[in-house]
Design a protein around this ligand. Structure first.
Ligand code: TMP
Length: 254
């Protein structure tokens, strides 16, 4: 790492001050957490893979015409991004029932939803990121009605585009979490896609076997996380057969 000022440290990433005003450096750690960090491990090589996968996805989103915070990848673990005023929401888009949706409503995991669903969670670790409605968001001023409309539109476009992209490499995009921020340019503000897109923050299943290729392998103690993330990277054409990251296996942190 470097001597830059640390702006914020999250569970899987660190934000450092960037080389120019208006920029940050986003550093991908090897830490894996689940259940609001009640479960924690260090998984050798995860940060490197997520940096590469997220870079690839954000470049594709930009090509597709979606505004994002991404500028460029700097090295194995870091990317240069625009600094934003973050909206304190985790936006989850779901195509297939899994995870908390399955638990909350007693639905069988794997059922394809008749239409995709967007959910909002208020980002507040002390409260375990509670689910909130659009009315909570506008009433408490986390986003204005217009901003919320932009967020929903961007999340839907992102879902349509990425569902197709993953289908093309034999993967079902079951669900994903994304965050948004305000980017100010002169007097103009626009809502842009922020955070990351990786198998930490999305559910990805093999199209024929339904094999999980995401962080549920860690959440459910199934093992093989690095191999699964490598598989995603390989299918997307990000790494080739010879580029295998050495993995020691997860180390539990108490
Ligand atoms: P959930 O089913 O546990 O609500 O998760 C939905 C999606 O959001 C799943 O792809 C995992 C992702 N996610 C995060 O990225 N961070 C979180 O803190 C949680 C709870 C879920």
């Amino acid at each position: 790492m470097h001597n830059r000022r640390r702006i914020y440290e999250g569970k899987a990433k660190i934000l450092f001050e960037g080389p120019e005003p208006g920029t940050y450096i986003q550093f991908f750690k090897d830490n894996a957490t689940a259940f609001n960090a009640k479960k924690h491990a260090v998984i050798d090589g995860k940060g490197v893979l997520n940096n590469r996968i997220s870079e690839y996805i954000f470049i594709q989103l930009k090509r597709f015409g979606l505004p994002t915070h991404f500028i460029k990848r700097m090295n194995m673990r870091e990317q240069l991004i625009r600094s934003l005023e973050m909206i304190p929401l985790e936006v989850v888009v779901r195509n297939i029932v899994a995870g908390s949706l399955s638990k909350r409503l007693g639905l069988e995991e794997g059922m394809t939803l008749p239409r995709s669903i967007i959910e909002f969670y208020y980002k507040k670790d002390e409260l375990d990121d509670p689910i909130v409605s659009e009315e909570h968001i506008t009433t408490f001023g986390w986003a204005s009605p217009q901003e919320l409309e932009d967020i929903i539109s961007l999340a839907n476009r992102m879902n349509d585009f990425l569902s197709g992209l993953f289908l093309g490499v034999g993967i079902k995009l079951v669900d994903f979490k994304i965050e948004f921020g305000r980017l100010w340019e002169e007097e103009i503000m626009c809502i842009v896609v922020a955070d990351e897109f990786s198998p930490d923050s999305a559910r990805l299943w093999d199209i024929t076997t339904n094999k999980k290729l995401d962080k549920d392998l860690f959440r459910q103690d199934m093992g093989g996380l690095i191999e699964a993330y490598q598989e995603v990277a390989r299918r997307l054409g990000i790494i080739n057969e010879n580029e295998i990251f050495r993995a020691k296996g997860p180390v539990l942190v108490k």
